[in-house]
Design a binder for this molecule. Structure first.
Ligand code: NAD
Ligand code: MLT
Length: 312
């Protein structure tokens, strides 16, 4: 019996070695498929591995007559129709830990770039403008960072921000105040965080409860001149409300790695000089990509050959 595995997004070649080395597993890499092509091709495969580009829709799952497992090489599974997968008895596994460090480092890089306007200054200099006046930043020391979502990445960001001598206040309905206390940070409601923070960074999954968690009401409660970072998921912050809050000077700057619709080219937020952005690069390091590909590859091998997704 040979199990067929399709990889439909670019994954680390070193990371997929567990699949290549497994007996009875045949790997196909095909990364340029349109949704229609994938919906046809998927019928012959037992496993599908994706990053975030492939949208594993109900349509694709309905056509996936042999599919047993979908592996998401990353954290967020919002590109997979989980209800459809469950209805069809298809297991979905992700790689929750492999990119935590990279995403936290990217968030800190965005925080520092935002505070010191490094991308704007670099852009001006690249265009032959030696402009020091427009690029005066603010220090992080003694400023308050609000962390919304104190899971793997949020907790790493909080710890590193303390290294910058920032005060940190976090909100996460599923962690206890004791966890925050042990980390030496404050814990409050979402309202406490938005009212007190000079910088706010979000690290929740995108769920119906977190969609537009940062909306006009939240912006209205923030300090004037607050700066916002989103290296989690587009949609946690209401982009229209953010745009308005920047125009009316409530928000002094925003650093965005993720957008409600990706790829986000020609986005109105990108026209604002207060906005700096990267194209969903939080997990784009050699190390993170290898880690997440290994994790899901091992899960898929174990599931197809032994029948368990994770070691009990
Ligand atoms: P995690 O599951 O470890 O942490 C998420 C935290 O959010 C949890 O502690 C959870 O309790 C909390 N949470 C859930 N609902 C909440 C709510 N309503 N309000 C506040 N907190 C809430 O996940 P993680 O690994 O830390 O990832 C965080 C986010 O970052 C996810 O959206 C993930 O997809 C995203 N991510 C993005 C990149 C990137 O490339 N930009 C890379 C990795 C992860
Ligand atoms: C994730 O949720 O892990 C991120 O979106 C990283 C990615 O796969 O690009």
């Amino acid at each position: 019996m040979v199990y067929k595995v399709l990889i439909s997004d670019p994954l680390s070649e070193d990371g997929i070695q567990p699949l290549r080395e497994a007996e009875g597993i045949d790997v196909t890499i095909d990364t340029g498929l349109t949704p229609d092509q994938l919906a046809t091709k998927i019928a012959e495969f037992d496993a599908l591995l994706v990053r975030s580009q492939t949208k594993v829709t109900r349509d694709i799952i309905t056509n996936a007559k042999n599919l047993k497992i979908i592996g998401r090489a990353g954290v967020g599974v919002d590109n997979i129709d989980l209800d459809a997968a469950t209805e069809h008895g298809i297991i979905v596994v992700n790689a929750p830990d492999g990119n935590t460090n990279s995403a936290a480092e990217h968030t800190i890089a965005m925080l520092m770039s935002l505070a010191r306007k490094i991308p704007q200054a670099f852009y001006a200099l690249k265009h032959q403008k030696w402009d020091r006046k427009s690029h005066v930043g603010v220090e992080l020391k003694n400023k308050t960072l609000g962390v919304i979502g104190l899971g793997r990445i949020g907790a790493e960001v909080a710890t590193r921000a303390k290294g910058q001598r920032m005060n940190v206040i976090a909100y996460d309905p599923f962690i206890t105040a004791e966890k925050a206390d042990k980390m030496g940070i404050d814990y409050g409601t979402v309202e406490d965080v938005v009212r007190q923070a000079d910088f706010i960074t979000v690290h929740t999954p995108l769920l119906k409860e977190t969609k537009h968690l940062i909306n006009k009401e939240a912006f209205d409660k923030m300090k004037n001149g607050v700066q916002i970072i989103n290296c989690a998921r587009g949609g946690i912050i209401d982009e229209d409300a953010l745009y308005e809050a920047i125009l009316n000077k409530k928000v002094a700057g925003a650093a965005l790695d993720v957008f409600e619709e990706e790829p986000a080219v020609n986005h109105k937020l990108l026209e604002l000089p207060e906005v700096i952005a990267t194209p969903h690069l939080g997990a784009s390091t050699v190390e993170a990509q290898e880690n997440v590909a290994i994790d899901v590859s091992e899960d898929v091998v174990r599931f197809l050959t032994v029948g368990l997704a994770r070691n009990p």
